[in-house]
Design a protein. Structure first.
Length: 346
């Protein structure tokens, strides 16, 4: 007999009236959901073949609370614990602290790094944070699009600087990178909630398999932003190399990388195998060319400073190509998963 969540039970179908089949429900489940004779149930035939049974009146909101006591966790680990609670899907986080040392700065840093959380209660020895953002309020594809726009805009500004534009175009690169990070955390939070709640999956209009692939796509974009930011930092700190580097293969190939990534972003929705493979092939060609360039500069460059700059720039752009190819591979996985059918013997 199934006694609680996670338990399993085998029950036999009963024939009723010759054309109807009935199945008895576990009594603990009926009592837990406060059901009575003639209560209505929603029966959902899932793509996996399983049936999901849900009480129609099941509209009670369940909140997930996390309590963090600073005396019980390692020193300087509060931010990591807050981020862990956030990504795990907590709705309310209560931080207990001493009266004379409230962790105000760390909590504010957490609020800047996440979406939806606000301070709702502050006491002398505790702070309560609550998420005001519903998991379904921001579709996964909207987060990916915003991440892509942030990455591509910073690359465009880099190209503008290499073309003679003002270095101040890059002044907000840290803010843009931080926004990409916060969007990644939001996607990871949504994915965790989707895997634990079919209602969240319905609101986001994704299957759990699709949600996992969206998480992979978001991770690719976050890694791209890391390298674009490193590239930006290098240029800001070594403006004297701009005139030398602007005609090197890594910088000259950035527009081709942007073109390929844009094509892959379009194919999140269209999922055209030919266009995906064309973009991936172009990225592979760029990777090969950059690898050849990296090998050649050791023979052609004479100054160590220029050598280090050329290798650093080329490595970042080459990795952009690699992550973009991973992006295309994930899109192919998503398409093939949608096309898959089950064939049963007999």
């Amino acid at each position: 007999m199934a006694l609680g969540p996670g338990d399993h039970d085998v029950r036999k179908l009963q024939a009723t009236g010759g054309s109807t089949f009935t199945l008895s429900l576990p009594k603990p489940w009926v009592l837990h959901n406060q059901l009575e004779p003639r209560s209505s149930l929603k029966v959902d035939w899932r793509p996996s073949g399983a049936l999901r049974i849900t009480p129609l009146q099941q509209n009670q909101r369940v909140e997930r609370h996390v309590r963090i006591n600073l005396d019980e966790i390692p020193r300087k680990s509060l931010h990591d614990h807050l981020m862990g609670a956030y990504i795990s899907g907590a709705d309310v986080i209560v931080v207990f602290h001493s009266e004379d040392q409230p962790p105000t700065k760390i909590i504010r840093r957490f609020l800047r790094s996440t979406r939806g959380f606000e301070i709702v209660e502050e006491h002398v020895n505790s702070t309560e944070l609550r998420c005001l953002l519903n998991p379904g309020d921001m579709p996964l594809h909207a987060s990916l699009k915003r991440m892509y726009l942030l990455v591509s805009s910073l690359v465009r500004d880099l190209q503008e600087v290499f073309s003679g534009g003002d270095i101040d175009f890059l002044s907000d690169h840290e803010e843009r990178e931080s926004e990409v990070d916060s969007l990644l955390y939001l996607v990871e939070r949504q994915i965790r909630i989707v895997f634990e709640s079919y209602q969240a999956a319905s609101r986001l209009n994704v299957t759990r398999g699709q949600a996992l692939e969206y998480a992979n796509l978001a991770r690719c974009l976050e890694r791209m932003m890391d390298h674009v930011n490193n590239l930006t930092l290098f240029i800001i700190e070594h403006t004297e190399h701009i005139s030398t580097l602007k005609m090197t293969p890594p910088i000259l190939n950035l527009p081709l990388w942007q073109e390929s990534l844009k094509e892959l972003m379009i194919n999140i929705r269209t999922q055209d195998s030919h266009r995906i493979e064309t973009a991936r092939h172009q990225l592979k060609t760029l990777q090969t060319e950059l690898k050849t360039y990296e090998t050649s500069i050791f023979d052609s460059e004479k100054k160590n400073r220029q050598l280090a700059a050329a290798v650093s720039i080329s490595e970042s752009v080459r990795r952009l190509c690699a992550y973009s190819r991973d992006f295309g591979e994930i899109l192919l996985n998503m398409k093939l998963s949608a096309l898959m059918v089950e064939i049963r013997d007999g």
